[in-house]
Design a protein around this ligand. Structure first.
Ligand code: SAH
Length: 243
């Protein structure tokens, strides 16, 4: 029985699953975390690579039972946990590659949590709703700026609903996140709140949201709106504001 509340749409096309793994370019000795493995369709393909260890993070205990029946490989460690809040530091690994056909209702929260672990996660490969993918790429939301500050986000491929059971109502997209040589921002929660505030009431000019001295110091016109800023404008503005 599949559960809607946990966004359970299983990928069933062997060809698509293989392509997703191929695009993730998993190398020998890599440590991989799969988010939302479900019954283990993608998991099995991941295990056909030479990865060193595979952590699975799944919230649904019924799925965990099915996973345990389907998967028997000494490289696998299963966690019955919530990926929106999972503390990846507890794994005791230095570097992680993340992958998952994400539950779409909480995909944004999982992406946000990934950024909080940027010191560990050098790459992530996520299947998300196509609309979410586009907003992330085109700097259309606070989350998009938040992610793009630290990761290069690339659109790898579109996947139509017919490859899933049950088929979702929306198109899907597979994204690659590659960590950049970013400038350090220490307090990520503070940075997030700053971006959330800037993106509230998008139509308002910046001068109504932030004191002119900060805009001036970042060389940004006070008459601009949030949608007219580039990624480097956001970072400059944050530096000016938090100095
Ligand atoms: N990867 C599988 C299943 C994808 S469906 C496949 O491609 O076939 C999404 C999966 O994420 C489901 O198994 C669902 O139970 C799980 N899930 C939903 N919310 C979650 C959360 N917060 N943390 C971890 N797993 C979650």
């Amino acid at each position: 029985m599949l559960k809607k509340k946990w966004g359970q749409h299983l990928l069933v096309s062997s060809g698509v699953l293989e392509r997703l793994v191929e695009l993730a370019e998993i190398k020998e000795e890599e440590t991989v975390v799969e988010i939302g493995p479900g019954t283990g369709n993608l998991t099995k393909k991941l295990l056909s690579t030479s990865l060193k260890r595979l952590y699975l993070i799944e919230i649904d205990s019924d799925m965990i039972t099915r996973l345990k029946n389907n998967i028997n490989d000494p490289r696998v460690v299963i966690f019955n946990a919530d990926a929106t809040r999972f503390d990846f530091d507890t794994l005791g690994e230095k570097e992680l590659k993340l992958i998952g056909n994400l539950p779409y209702n909480v995909a944004s929260l999982i992406i946000e949590n990934t950024v909080y672990h940027k010191h560990l996660v050098y790459q992530a490969f996520y299947m998300v709703q196509k609309e979410v993918a586009e907003r992330l790429i085109y700097l259309k939301s606070w989350l998009s700026i938040f992610v793009n500050t630290f990761y290069q986000v690339e659109y790898l491929m579109s996947i139509p609903p017919k490859f899933f059971i049950p088929p979702p109502k929306v198109n899907s997209a597979y994204l690659r996140f590659i960590r950049k040589d970013f400038e350090e921002i220490k307090d990520l929660k503070y940075y997030k709140n700053f971006l959330v505030k800037l993106f509230s009431q998008k139509r308002k000019m910046l001068k109504h949201k932030i004191a002119p001295e900060f805009l001036e110091r970042a060389s940004i016109s006070p008459e601009k709106r949030v949608e007219q800023l580039s990624l480097s404008d956001f970072i400059a503005l944050y530096r000016s504001f938090s100095q």
